[in-house]
Design a protein around this ligand. Structure first.
Ligand code: F6R
Length: 369
């Protein structure tokens, strides 16, 4: 049932182009219009939403962090993303104009369930983004948008994460469509590129051999750091989480802009630092700032592992290892930049002799608080 792969995780990483395509299927029509009638939240209700709050745990929380950038940019509705385990304990401000989005692969995560129950008690509408049909979280929500990743067996989430991102983008774009937005042209382009994103994920998967080789060469390191900015920041956190849970290594993700506020003190000779570089197009100021960060950490001895868009030549002189990803719209980049980090963690875990599908101390669904 592992379909010729040694681990479910490898199989699930490889299934991502299909998982992504399946999650898009039937939700964008030929003229690029989104149809999410399945949401069963009337457009009139969506037009009245004045705040979006996303709650989730772990990898799903990272998807939610990325969604915040997309939702605020495309819909101009304030959005916050919060760890489900923290949410209800801080007495959050919610009312019937708040849309709460609960993201969960399993649909059974207790913290996420408790967060959404709290939100509904306060009168908020809850939309679940979930991969498991008929599970508790969608059953207790007002509406659900299912991801179609298929069953995810490996404890570490991969294809579910990519489909959670797709679902979040669909919701953001749909709300923008319903409410009208000043970004009409941009949104049409993004929808077109989103519809074809599976091919780009496939391209990344086809070029992963050097990443695996690099991972094997780092098997006796103790620490790996990850840096990113904008939507690349949650990607850095996700890369670090994968490495912790699979390779049992100390791994931390930082917003690159925070380097000078502390983390740069950690840089020492030959320390591997993975940097997720934003596209030089679009918000190019961020791109240039991160290139300076790469120079700074390399001058202090870091071994730089740079994930950058094809055609971005400015990073070449400062990259000890360069991983290329296809061009995408700025906000969609996590769909391609996360993939090398999954492969990296999986290969490092294997090289360290760890059980890839069943990491120690972890369970696939966390049904206790
Ligand atoms: C990490 C991982 C976990 C889950 C988290 C939430 O690879 O799998 O961090 O993402 O436990 O689980 P769900 O999405 O089932 O609510």
């Amino acid at each position: 049932e592992k379909g010729g792969y040694d681990y479910f995780m490898l199989k699930e990483i490889a299934e991502q182009p299909k998982a992504v395509a399946d999650t898009l299927l039937g939700r964008i029509d030929a003229s690029g219009v989104l149809s999410l009638d399945e949401l069963r939240i009337p457009p009139a209700v969506l037009r009245e939403v004045d705040k979006v709050v996303i709650v989730a745990c772990g990898t799903a929380y990272h998807a939610g962090m990325i969604a915040k950038y997309a939702i605020e940019h495309w819909t101009r509705i304030p959005c916050e993303t919060e760890l489900a385990s923290e949410f209800r304990y801080r007495d959050p401000i919610l009312d019937r104009h708040t849309l709460v989005i609960a993201i969960s692969q399993s649909g059974e995560t207790m913290d996420t369930l408790m967060a959404l129950r709290h939100a509904r008690e306060q009168g908020a509408k809850v939309l679940a983004i979930c991969n498991t049909n008929g599970s508790t979280i969608p059953r207790e929500s007002d509406a659900v948008l299912y991801t179609h990743a298929g069953p995810e067996v490996a404890v570490a989430s991969t294809k579910a994460f990519l489909t959670q991102l797709v679902a979040c983008y669909l919701v953001a774009l749909y709300v923008a469509q319903v409410r009208g937005t000043k970004w009409g042209d941009e949104i049409r382009d993004v929808v077109r590129e989103l519809a074809a994103i599976g091919t780009q994920v496939e391209q990344v998967l086809d070029t992963m051999e050097p990443v695996r080789e690099l991972a094997r060469s780092l098997a006796d390191k103790n620490t790996v750091l990850f840096l990113g900015r904008h939507v690349g920041y949650p990607v850095a956190l996700e890369g670090a989480l994968k490495l912790k849970e699979l390779a049992y290594m100390h791994a931390e993700g930082f917003a690159a802009g925070e380097l000078k506020h502390g983390p740069i003190a950690l840089i020492e000779d030959d320390l591997p630092v993975v940097v997720v570089v934003p596209s030089p197009r679009g918000r190019s100021v961020l791109h240039d700032k991160i290139v300076s960060n790469i120079q700074e950490i390399r001058a202090r001895g870091a071994r730089t592992i740079v994930i950058a868009e094809e055609g971005d030549e400015t990073v070449v002189p400062y990259a000890d290892h360069l991983v290329r990803i296809p061009r995408t719209p700025v906000l969609l980049q996590p769909l391609v930049s996360t993939v090398p980090l999954q492969v990296f963690a999986c290969e490092l875990a294997t090289a360290r002799g760890n059980e890839v599908d069943q990491p120690r101390n972890l369970a696939k669904s966390v049904t206790v608080e």
